[in-house]
Write a protein of this length. Structure first.
Length: 214
């Protein structure tokens, strides 16, 4: 676990800035050789679920997964992760999972992407080691489910945990803002968004969530 992180990476090369001793920033090394390459997004699902399982005792059903693997509370970002897989043939040799969560930090840099922390919501300091232990324990449960072949269970719960599922929201793709409804995620990890009567598929670089304009 890092005491401070000034150049952490997130999805799409976003930076993660963390005050010394205030937040959780840590990495896990996994060896999911049981998982075929074409199912690697299931690892993202399992890790994301492990994190929100650990957070639900604190935040209840307000904690959601913003596709593909950011952690949100009521449309504000509590944390996120980056998973880097080393592939070997048709399987995954090992995976490095980097996770960052805002815990005791209350002041964030100008321009930070809509952050929020444990302390801002619950108004008290939290022990980082205790939260780390809770997260690792819950990740292990979901990881072992995945290893046991409970793929459909993982996929179903992940979908049900998505931020904005079945809600009308604003998105941006190819410079165009549009209104759509998230209907789910494909087995490979593409986001399914319904526009009018057409369901479109997007990868991470093809779509951006736009803050509600209401």
């Amino acid at each position: 676990m890092a005491e401070a992180q000034y150049a952490g990476r997130g999805q799409q090369q976003n930076k993660w800035l963390s005050e010394p001793g205030k937040n959780l920033t840590f990495s896990l090394l996994l060896k999911p050789s049981f998982l075929p390459v074409n199912q690697q997004f299931d690892l993202t699902r399992a890790i994301s679920l492990g994190v929100i399982d650990a957070l639900k005792p604190h935040f209840g059903e307000h904690v959601k997964i913003k596709w593909p693997n950011d952690i949100y509370i009521n449309d504000r970002k509590l944390g996120g992760m980056l998973i880097e897989n080393l592939l070997q043939g048709s399987s995954i040799k090992h995976s490095v999972v980097g996770i960052g969560l805002n815990v005791n930090q209350v002041n964030f840099p100008e321009g930070a992407a809509n952050p929020i922390s444990f302390k801002q919501i619950l108004h008290k300091d939290y022990d980082l080691q205790t939260i780390l232990l809770e997260i690792c324990k819950n990740i292990e449960v979901r990881y072992l489910q995945l290893k046991a072949g409970k793929t459909e269970l993982i996929r179903s719960i992940y979908t049900d945990s998505l931020l904005g599922l079945n809600d009308t929201r604003h998105f941006k793709s190819n410079g165009i803002v549009f209104i759509g409804i998230i209907t789910g995620v494909t087995p490979e990890g593409l986001l399914k968004v319904k526009q009018n009567d057409t369901e479109m598929l997007y990868n991470l670089k093809e779509i951006e969530f736009i803050k509600d304009r209401s």
